[in-house]
Design a protein around this ligand. Structure first.
Ligand code: C5P
Length: 320
């Protein structure tokens, strides 16, 4: 068959995936680095709240990427992710992306990062080319500090910019409540406020207490989020919401990322139901922590129809 005919007859391959949100079970900001970013110690955790993303790929002579989303997000990260992935694979064709946003934006839940990681994970499978794990991680890091975590999922320690990851053992699927008060916090702005308060005296304590938490990773045990101090100063209503989660019986109640969403973890679903009732005037979501086994199973389920004998999740050729 001629190449032109082959391209014309090539069918569209498509998939619908769930791009899950994350919370930070612990988040310490250590110091500003020469590259302008801050060194972190954090524990990421995927949660059940997710955006829905339809990705379709049709082989073609030139690359054309189209994205449509429920909120008309300017400069949507999914488009950049698709462009980087197509270039890295040396592939051409039409990529159509349709995103239904459920994860609140500017809330510290990593929604945009998760959407971008979902494109990196799914597109090579649809295109039928491999993009090994090391290359995929590099692209993820270019897209944003939180993106690499979503290639992994479950619970993981993030250091450096937050993109050097160390997987932690899976924890039980603890139920929880997410409160999204509709306040958009700018991440760079939150770092700017926090930066002058980072002292070398507090550094050692932070490192030691963070380490003790990762040596005994217990689901449902309170961590710390350094952004709470500066963000609560600007938005005192968030501190009140945190207290209300504690009063409702949360074993852990804290802000995620640079805010403004807060989450509470509970012992069982009945406690969650009562907590949601007590916060009825707020926008709340019932969530559960999603461990790595479930995260991978979800990805495998979504992509398996397009995987023929290739290894998934992608592995680095250097990791033998
Ligand atoms: O990497 P990302 O684009 O998500 O980061 C957004 C902004 O947050 C950066 O431009 C930087 O101002 C700040 N940031 C930081 N240190 C980090 C991560 C993010 O200062 N570790």
């Amino acid at each position: 068959m001629s190449r032109a005919l082959e391209v014309r007859l090539a069918p569209t391959r498509q998939v619908r995936v769930r791009a899950m949100a994350k919370v930070n079970l612990d988040l310490r900001v250590l110091a500003k680095r020469p590259d302008g970013y801050h060194d972190l110690r954090t524990i990421f955790q995927t949660i059940s709240l997710a955006d829905s993303l339809d990705i379709a790929y049709t082989p073609g002579r030139q690359t054309d990427i189209e994205a449509e989303d429920s909120l008309n997000i300017p400069d949507n990260l999914v488009v950049r992710a698709a462009r980087l992935a197509m270039e890295a694979m040396g592939a051409r064709g039409r990529v159509e992306l349709r995103l239904v946003k459920r994860i609140p934006m500017g809330a510290g839940l990593g929604g945009g990062s998760s959407d971008a990681a979902a494109v990196l994970l799914a597109l090579p499978v649809l295109v039928g080319r491999t993009l090994d794990a090391a290359r995929m991680r590099e692209l993820a890091e270019q897209l944003g500090s939180d993106v690499p975590f979503f290639l992994l999922g479950g619970q993981a320690v993030g250091i450096g910019r937050g993109s050097e990851l160390f997987p932690l053992p899976d924890q039980p699927a603890c139920p929880g409540v997410l409160v999204a008060p509709g306040i958009h916090v700018s991440t760079p702005e939150a770092y700017r406020r926090l930066s002058p308060r980072l002292t070398s005296e507090s550094l050692q304590n932070k490192i030691v207490s963070f380490q003790s938490r990762t040596w005994e990773p217990v689901s449902g045990v309170a961590g710390a989020n350094d952004f709470e101090e500066v963000v609560f100063e600007q938005h005192p209503e968030l501190a009140i919401l945190k207290k209300r989660l504690v009063v409702a019986g949360a074993s852990t109640a804290m802000m995620t990322g640079s805010g403004s969403a807060l989450f509470g973890l509970f012992h069982n679903r009945d406690e969650v139901t009562r907590a949601i009732a007590s916060l009825r005037e707020e926008k709340t979501f019932r969530i559960s922590l999603v461990n790595r086994v479930r995260y991978r199973a979800m990805w495998w389920q979504a992509l398996k129809q397009h995987i023929d004998g290739r290894v998934w999740p992608p592995r680095s050729r250097y990791l033998r």
